[in-house]
Design a binder for this molecule. Structure first.
Ligand SMILES: [Cu+2]
Length: 352
């Protein structure tokens, strides 16, 4: 159990920063991620296949990109859009375009942030402008240590451009081999009647010291929308997905000179130790000071954190990016603390 907990603590860091990580979902499942309100999530999925050469012409590379743009509205609700250029969902109603725009909202109905242990459930109502179809997805995943199991139930009111509603189901799994690498696969299909199943497999990578994740993928899906992920094509496509979380606070210096470097707390107390908060953790997780000395926390992350004591003693308010908090300790003891918005961030002050 302790090993599982330690591994969970490691893997959660990989997914942190309030953005989407590809290490918690397989290529054709939209996962249960919800971006934070100060993050704009941009994902670029590019797949391609090479046509066989024919007499008189050589090979062609057919490109099938899908873009995701999304932002949080609250801690649990996000809005966004998928845009895919090689969608077949309009064919049934005679659409000549293959450009599919799907608008969606997402509500995290159950569970914590992406990458936390246990069950997560999201509800994603959507509208496909190409199929003129009200679509929706109920997604659930369960993360235990290195493994995430995923499932999705989908519905399209005008499935594949026809006037009839149809359900689809999909399932997949992700195995994280380390903090930086994962393998995943999934399968899904419309039902009654079933169609050629949509499948994918991927190798996912967290790019060290960055909020970006990258996936190498193989799949028979050309458009990664709700309906698109529910039907396979006859081609095998290769490609990649790259996730780009844009933290709006990073752009604050454009508008505020110097940013906030406020120091709060017992600023005049003699310092015994300094903790630099970064990459969503308290890197020196145990510091030792003498009675009467203070600890200073400097926040180097682009988002706010707190120092909140587990025993209920007064701690900090939200420490802004570039801000600091100083706390003097007048009694000997061991004081464990965490960050309120990110409870997996933990540290200990030992006062002797
Ligand atoms: Cu935090």
């Amino acid at each position: 159990m302790r090993i599982v907990t330690a591994f969970a603590a490691l893997t959660v860091v990989a997914s942190a920063l309030g953005a989407q990580s590809l290490l918690y979902r397989s290529p054709n499942l939209a996962g249960t991620w919800v971006p934070e309100p100060d993050v704009v999530q941009f994902n670029f999925l590019h797949r391609f296949y090479v046509t066989p050469s024919t007499a008189g012409s050589g090979h062609f590379v057919i490109n099938s990109p899908t873009f995701t743009l999304s932002t949080g509205v609250t801690h649990r609700i996000a809005i966004g859009t998928w845009f895919a250029t090689k969608s077949i969902v309009g064919v049934g109603r005679g659409a000549t375009s293959t450009d599919e725009t799907e608008l969606f909202a997402r509500w995290r109905a159950f569970g914590g942030a992406e990458g936390t242990e246990g069950l997560h459930v999201t509800v994603t109502p959507a509208y496909s402008m190409l199929a003129k179809s009200a679509d929706g997805e109920l997604a659930a995943d369960y993360t235990i240590g290195a493994l995430t199991l995923e499932g999705a139930a989908r519905y399209a009111s005008k499935a594949l451009g026809q006037s009839k509603g149809r359900a689809a189901f999909a399932g997949g799994a992700v195995a994280r081999l380390s903090r930086y690498f994962a393998l995943s696969a999934d399968i899904g299909s419309f039902v009654s009647p079933t169609v050629r199943a949509a499948w994918s497999a991927g190798i996912q990578v967290l790019i060290p010291n960055s909020p970006h994740t990258f996936a190498f993928e193989v799949s028979n899906v050309t458009a990664s929308t709700i309906q698109g992920n529910s039907i396979g094509s006859s081609q095998r496509l290769y490609g990649f997905e790259f996730t780009i979380p844009i933290h709006l606070r990073r752009f604050a210096p454009w508008f505020h000179k110097g940013g906030s470097s406020a120091v709060t707390g017992d600023v005049a107390a003699p310092l015994g130790a300094t903790v630099s908060i970064g990459a969503m953790k308290f890197p020196t997780d145990t510091v030792v000071v003498s009675v009467g000395q203070a600890v200073r926390w400097n926040n180097t992350d682009p988002l706010g954190h707190t120092v909140t004591f587990d025993n209920g003693e007064p701690g900090s308010a939200l420490i802004d990016p570039n801000g600091s908090y100083v706390r003097r300790f007048d009694h000997a003891g061991t004081f464990s603390y965490h960050c309120t918005p990110h409870p997996f961030m933990k540290g200990v002050v030992v006062v002797k």
